[in-house]
Design a protein around this ligand. Sequence first.
Ligand SMILES: [Ca+2]
Ligand SMILES: [Ca+2]
Length: 194
Amino acid sequence: MKLKSFFATLGACALLTASVAANATVITVDNTDAGFTSSGLSYSTYESGFIGSNYMADARNVSGDFAVWDPTSSTDWLAGVWTVEMLWNSGPTRADNAAVTIDSGSTTVSTTVNQLLNGGIWNNLGDFSFDLSGASVTLDDSNSTSGQNIIADAVRFTLVTAADTISAPTDVPAPGTLLVLLAAAAGIFRLRRK
Ligand SMILES: [Ca+2]
Ligand SMILES: [Ca+2]
């Protein structure tokens, strides 16, 4: 095998590795799914930009309302780092700093979302490390001022790195990685024989 051909093979194998990695595990919890619970919220279809059959809005000028998205009942759920995205639809009475708590199962991270903006799209809240149980995302109206709504529609979890991959680096490499290594070994062997 010529050197140019060897690197072409190596490149093709690298592409294969990338395509294997691209098959990400995604869990979407909509407000009508089993993993969703809420208190003080009502179903609505008043504003467009929601996913599924509806979304939920809290009572304005009543405090203590919240929504919880729990991905752990999904058969795809596992401990590890997940990207968390939230989708709401915008409207003139939306909360501009709605409180969000990401619970890993053992620690919590607090942030806020401006629901006046970026309605109808997946808004990235960041990458978070989650335990196998107890993981959830909560939205509440604790920051709401007079006349503001919080909107609960859907939260999407995309797996970045599984925990067993992090804790066990000596695991067998992914199939794509193995192919690259075999191709490299075969290429070097052939080059040496010429
Ligand atoms: Ca929905
Ligand atoms: Ca409220």
